[in-house]
Ligand binder design. Structure first.
Ligand code: EPZ
Length: 429
């Protein structure tokens, strides 16, 4: 098993380039299943375990996929096996994203239920209910979602909980449906916009992405298209906190600043300077610009954070900002409103000397002078990134096990940090 060893106390500096967004690349790759003719060429695809998984999933269905560096060419003309087996889905929940496209184009699908994960039960009832509203016949048996539909029909769908992949799945189902679909209380994440722009390039008719209501007028068929994935806003936010926690000074060459929602204002409140180095246009939501990050003064100020759907504070940045709060002056309160079990990194941070108390979905973080390096265990993707950030600032060495969590969402994370002056090694134990 691999572990990551972080030697603390080094201030990071220099320039870093952010990779393509995992949570955009995954639905975009699933959307290529909708193309009846032609191939799709996707650029800026990150090199991650989850990407490898969805590629294997589509190849198992009969898609032809060529990959070189960060570009992926996908042809799905010959797809006929409309299945997503448990063996693959259990390693990556986002495999559920093939359900909508398979039903839309082929009228049939057999997709393993994703099941829960460390951070929560993560049901997919809203995905299923929306597809049934569009006329799909869905049965759930032996751990599989089995769907059939002649041609999906446009429907008026309201989500009672805002769901990112639920919105994406139903967007992809609706683009080939007969008639108009309204998705109300839709997720507004930038990755939803990335998907809508790609689907329009394939020939889809979509408006309202990025707002609470998305309207899709179904068409008869879609073709392959070329597209460049947006930079990963969560990786960018993670590096911003790396600079803050190590009292460093870095430039992110391509930060999707406009897509970071309320994260940047929170970082300013904490005491970081996040400075765009070129003209910053609000409408360039999906493109990256060079941004410099360092502390405004030597101290970090405590503050309260509540995770919310976009454009609120992203739950995928909760573990990372908690490590910063652990070293801030004063007491911070962090409320995790999206997932019911997303505080497992707290117990590991406590082993490093953090003073944190968890009450249900609220964590009370009392700042301490210093963290101390310790053996810790990653529990999920973003927790693993947070523990490495804590190791950057801690006295001594932090050894993090279960590194596979990190590799699901960060490509060459320790290499990029070492290029900025950190001292991190990956070892086999
Ligand atoms: C997406 O997960 C992201 N994953 C997650 O990122 C992210 O944390 C999450 O959105 C929230 O922003 C991808 O995009 C691949 P949800 P998703 O459906 O779509 C409830 C990472 O670290 N819900 O928006 O699975 C659900 O239980 C990952 O990159 C239902 O009740 O999340 C949760 O409480 C972790 N029924 C809330 O909605 C449903 O049918 C939001 O979940 C669907 C969701």
């Amino acid at each position: 098993m691999e572990s990551i060893v972080v030697k603390g106390g080094r201030k990071i500096s220099g320039e870093v380039v952010i990779g393509g967004a995992k949570n955009s690349a995954l639905p975009l790759i699933a959307a290529t299943l909708l193309a009846e003719n032609g191939k799709s060429c996707l650029e800026n695809i990150p090199n991650l375990r989850d990407i490898n998984t969805i590629i294997r999933l589509l190849e198992g269905m009969g898609a032809e996929i060529n990959r070189s560096d960060s570009s992926l060419t996908v042809t799905t003309t010959a797809v006929e096996n409309c299945q997503a087996p448990y063996e693959l889905v259990k390693t990556m929940r986002a495999s559920i994203l093939v359900l909508g496209p398979l039903l839309a184009r082929f009228g049939k699908a057999r997709v393993s239920l994703p099941g829960g994960c460390a951070i929560g039960a993560r049901p997919v009832n809203l995905h299923i209910r929306g597809l049934e509203q569009m006329g799909a016949e869905i049965e759930v048996e032996h751990g599989y979602i089995i769907g059939r539909s002649k041609r999906l029909k446009g429907a008026d769908i309201s989500f009672d909980v805002t769901t990112v992949t639920g919105t994406e799945n139903l967007m992809m189902a609706a683009v080939l449906a007969d008639g108009t679909t309204h998705l109300r209380n839709a997720a507004r994440e930038p990755e939803i916009i990335d998907l809508a722009v790609f689907l329009r390039k394939m020939g889809a008719r979509i408006t309202g992405e990025g707002t609470h209501t998305i309207v899709i007028n179904g068409v008869k068929k879609l073709n392959g298209a070329d597209y460049q994935v947006m930079p990963d806003r969560i990786e960018a936010g993670t590096f911003m906190i790396a600079a803050g926690i190590s009292d460093g000074d870095i430039i992110i060459k391509n930060a999707p600043l406009a897509a970071l929602g309320s994260l940047v204002s929170k970082l300013h409140e904490i005491g970081l300077a996040v400075e765009p180095l070129t003209e910053f246009k609000e409408d360039e939501l999906l493109s990256g610009i060079p941004v410099r990050i360092k502390r405004q003064t030597s101290g970090l100020h405590s503050l309260d954070v509540k995770t919310m759907p976009y454009p609120g504070f992203p739950t995928d940045m909760q573990a990372q900002i908690m490590t910063l709060m652990a070293l801030a002056q004063g007491t911070s309160v962090i409320s995790e409103t999206i997932f019911e079990n997303r505080f497992m990194h707290v117990f590991e941070l406590q082993r490093m000397g953090a003073d944190i108390e968890v009450e249900g979905r609220t964590a009370v973080v009392r700042g301490v002078e210093k963290l101390s390096g310790a053996p810790v265990m990653a529990s999920d993707l973003r927790a693993s990134a947070g523990l490495i950030l804590a190791g950057l600032a801690a006295d001594g060495e932090t050894v993090m096990s279960r590194v596979y969590h990190l590799d699901r969402g960060y490509s060459g994370f320790e290499k990029k940090l070492n290029a900025l002056g950190a001292d991190i090694k990956r070892i086999n134990e």
